[in-house]
Design a protein around this ligand. Structure first.
Ligand code: SF4
Ligand code: SF4
Length: 446
């Protein structure tokens, strides 16, 4: 579905001044540099993390590699959600880059265009980034793939058609019944056709199987990393784990696999020596809610700077990216596509689905497996779906005796002190509860 002319911008070249473009680029570069520097300052940080820093660097080595690929005629596909099957993009001979933006400054051009449309800042920032070309990676994109999930993502995909071809994928938002699965398999087949048109290369069965094997290996690495985070003294911070898993959305997966393998070896050695990424006695936190794309690491940085350690999360910008392999039962083309489509649909616990009981089930499993003491549920302002689900999740966890703190945030730094105060008080409360339980064990344990 392509635009027949600009729908939102009549004069997109003249809409923004050069000053605005330059300011957005400069501030985006400064933000990434500051967040990256803070991550590098973490104590006991594994040396293998330097690779993942580079993947995320503004105009870093990965950008230059992609630019060279593009200059030689290679095609780059931008994705707007974790529900886009990555294996298909690579099997068609293209490279994939996640477009969801964590930069703060680009929300301003989007605000100017749309006024106060009530959209979440991740959507506005992604739009603003394209409007003023503030992230050079985004200007390499030949095709955008956007599943029609929430209203914001759907309209973002529509507006982006003023600049670049977009494939909108029709997501069945009600998961029950056979028709939803059938529709999604058809959408994935349609995407395959569009990718073949883009690259001029057919998606051969052998190529697709090979890509599925690589991504399944990545899932395996991720579960090994999670195993290390389950330990009493996790050797890696939650911020670094998020950086690692998000790098899979920008990198070549075979290289990501090698680098995560190196990281795991280093972390195992650190664990043997008793190295701990958090403070002594850090509160074990599960981070949930709206996605947090690098460099928007405001909430995780406050948590880990206030006596907490994120030992796992349930974010679609974190744990959920790698939590399920593709389970291919047969050798036929139909069976492979069915398995690929189902992997990106059924396990996804995005709040755009209803019913979405999978989410709370997974959270409860993680709470037990990781010894979680408290949940911090973050919603981006304007993310109605997560805001609504927070209530259901809080009520369900209350029954289990797990405290939940709900935090709302914007893409700016104006709320940092207020958020910090609430998170500090929450972590203090967790530690007091822990102490009380140690000094007052239940009757049966005395
Ligand atoms: S919140 Fe849902 S729609 Fe948004 S990126 Fe995550 S999975 Fe996709
Ligand atoms: S954070 Fe919420 S509003 Fe924003 S794109 Fe995701 S689901 Fe939509």
């Amino acid at each position: 579905m392509e635009s027949e002319g600009p729908r939102y911008l009549r004069d997109k070249e003249g809409y923004f001044s050069k000053e605005q473009r330059d300011r957005t680029r400069k501030r985006s570069g400064e933000m990434e540099a500051a967040v990256g520097a803070a991550l590098r300052k973490q104590k006991n940080r594994p040396k293998a993390m330097s690779y993942f820093d580079e993947v995320h660097k503004y105009r870093g080595a990965r950008y230059h590699e992609l630019k060279e690929f593009h200059d030689k005629g290679g095609k780059i596909v931008g994705t707007l959600c974790m529900m886009v099957p990555q294996e298909l993009i690579f099997a068609a001979g293209a490279e994939a880059v996640r477009l969801c933006s964590g930069y703060y400054e680009p929300v301003h051009p989007a605000n100017e265009l749309l006024g106060d449309a009530g959209l979440c800042p991740m959507v506005r920032s992604t739009l603003g980034t394209k409007m003023v070309s503030s992230n050079p990676l985004v200007d390499l994109i030949d095709l955008v793939v956007g599943p029609a999930t929430c209203d914001g993502k759907m309209k973002l995909a529509e507006i982006l058609q003023d600049w670049v071809p977009v494939v909108m994928m029709n997501i069945p938002r009600v998961k029950v019944g056979d028709s939803s699965s059938d529709l999604w398999v058809k959408e994935v087949s349609y995407l395959k056709n569009r990718l073949e048109e883009l690259t001029g290369r057919s998606v051969r069965k052998s190529m697709l199987r090979s890509e599925i094997a690589k991504w399944n290996e990545a899932n395996q690495h991720w579960s090994e990393l999670l195993e290390l985070r389950r330990s009493e003294r996790p050797p890696i911070s939650g911020r670094d784990a998020m950086l690692v898993v998000q790098a899979s959305q920008f990198d070549r997966i075979e290289r990501w696999n090698r680098k995560v393998g190196d990281l795991i070896l280093e972390l195992r050695k650190m664990r043997k020596k008793g190295v701990h990424a958090g403070e002594e006695g850090a509160a074990r936190i599960l981070l949930a809610g709206s996605p947090m794309m690098y460099p928007n690491f405001k909430i995780p940085s406050i948590i880990e700077g206030s006596g907490g350690l994120i030992v796992t999360d349930e974010l679609c910008s974190g744990y959920r990216l790698m939590s399920d392999p593709v389970m291919v039962d047969g050798m036929s083309r139909k069976e492979i596509y069915q398995a690929l489509a189902e992997r990106y649909f059924f396990p996804c616990s995005c709040p755009c689905f209803s019913p979405n009981d999978e989410r709370i089930r997974r959270m409860k499993e993680a709470i037990k497996a990781f010894g979680i003491e408290g949940v911090i549920f973050h919603t981006l302002r304007g993310c109605h779906l997560n805001n609504i689900e927070a209530t259901k999740i809080e009520l369900s966890l209350r029954v289990e005796g797990i405290p939940l703190l709900k935090i709302e945030s914007e893409y700016d730094e104006g709320d940092i002190e207020q958020v910090r105060t609430r998170i500090e008080a929450f972590i203090e409360m967790i530690k007091t509860r822990r102490e009380f339980r140690m000094t007052h064990p239940p009757e049966g344990n005395k």
